[in-house]
Design a protein around this ligand. Structure first.
Ligand SMILES: *Cc1c(COP(=O)(O)O)cnc(C)c1O
Length: 371
């Protein structure tokens, strides 16, 4: 059977976990946490990085840092994972959902300005499949209206917008190291703080509302409770595991991008004949081999392709369901139809994609589908 995903293993995970144990400090913010954080700061020029236990946690930290209050409005694409919105709902925000682009599942930058009101506090963008949203337009809008921008870069490790690393553009950004992502440690994530005004407080919120990090650096002689916070930092065991993956970043990314390229070359003609679209990458964006998807003609065609692949023991899966139509949110939605979000809900189909995959079997199974 060909699964949809298989977590990448570098082979050095146990070595580093054993080393973390030998170092005698298993809780967070130790040797491997610092190594992972520095890796991202040095490599991508992120101002400050804090490892978290998930991207969800990083988004919740972002909502705390932006001091989101009851009634504040936050603009979020409807076609995304629940955490993108939920992190702000937990702080009492009113979520205002935006539609996706017609040519890409990312937020439609032209749909944002009409959603801005005096209560709007932030715009959250999602770089779907690791492909950038139009960040210049979005940052200009945010600056014009005095808003913060949070990048949900969960899928966007080592991908770029006009040459800038994703995660380095918004005021704050969140990444995921969940086992379904390119670089993974089972459950994990990180918060990127690009706006210096949030750096000191981020560390406090990360350490349960205490100034323990400053204490460990010898900057103060005792630590205590100075702000709100929670337990957002992962243990050294997770960080050690993650570091083993970071060392193989080039190889992982190259291999995944190559699989995407194989899919693209082999399937373009076939897809066109059936009215299926393959991923479009805007000229300002790169892709990072996170995902290869098909946009089917309609939901019936998608179901039939899923069944066809399943009959050949290949698992393909659809993705998000428009959040504005979810059981939790439907009654709270401000009203307008979001047709592109609904279209991706009904037609997007993700093909197997993982480091060890030889896509040939998936490709030949698809080429045999012609109804
Ligand atoms: C995976 C993902 C998340 C959640 O990441 P976790 O690390 O599982 O919390 C959030 N947003 C997007 C866009 C994702 O793809």
């Amino acid at each position: 059977m060909i699964p949809f995903n298989k977590p990448y293993i570098s082979g050095n995970e146990l070595l580093y976990i054993r080393d973390a144990i030998a170092k005698g400090k298993i809780s967070g913010n130790g040797y491997y946490t610092k190594k992972c954080q520095s890796y991202f700061e040095d490599r991508f020029g992120f101002h400050k990085v804090l490892l978290t236990t998930s991207c969800t946690d990083a988004l919740e930290m972002a909502a705390l840092l932006l001091d989101i209050q009851e009634g504040d409005e936050v603009i979020v694409p409807s076609y995304t994972f629940v955490s993108t919105a939920n992190a702000f709902v937990l702080r009492g925000a009113k979520i205002v959902f935006a539609d996706s682009r017609e040519d890409h599942p990312g937020i439609d930058e032209k749909a944002i300005e009409s959603l801005i009101t005096p209560k709007t506090k932030a715009i959250v963008v999602v770089h779907y499949a690791g492909v950038a949203c139009d960040m210049d337009t979005i940052m200009d809008l945010a600056n014009k209206h005095g808003l913060f921008v949070v990048e949900d870069a969960a899928q966007a490790v080592q991908s770029f917008y006009k040459g800038k690393p994703l995660g380095s553009i918004g005021h704050l950004s969140a990444f995921s190291f969940h086992e379904t992502k390119n670089i993974q440690c089972g459950e994990g994530g990180m918060l990127v703080i690009n706006d210096e005004q949030f750096a000191a407080r981020a560390e406090i919120i990360w350490e349960k509302g205490t100034n323990r990090s400053a204490f460990f650096r010898g900057e103060i002689d005792k630590y205590g409770w100075v702000d709100v916070g929670s337990s957002f930092l992962p243990s050294e065991l997770n960080a050690a595991y993650l570091y083993a993956q970071l060392e193989e970043m080039e190889d992982i990314q190259e291999k995944r991008a190559q699989i995407c390229q194989e899919y693209k070359e082999a399937l373009s003609g076939w897809a066109e004949g059936l009215g299926i679209q393959i991923p479009f990458i805007p000229e300002f964006a790169t892709q990072n081999g996170h995902m290869f998807y098909l946009l089917c003609k309609d939901v019936a065609q998608r179901s039939s392709i899923i069944a066809h692949l399943k009959s050949k023991d290949i698992l393909s899966v659809f993705h998000y369901l428009s959040l504005h139509k979810s059981d939790f949110f439907r009654e709270k939605h401000h009203g307008p139809e979001l047709p592109q979000s609904d279209r991706y809900t009904n037609t997007l189909l993700r093909l197997p994609l993982f480091y060890e995959l030889d896509p040939k079997a998936v490709i030949s199974a698809l080429l045999a589908y012609d109804s």
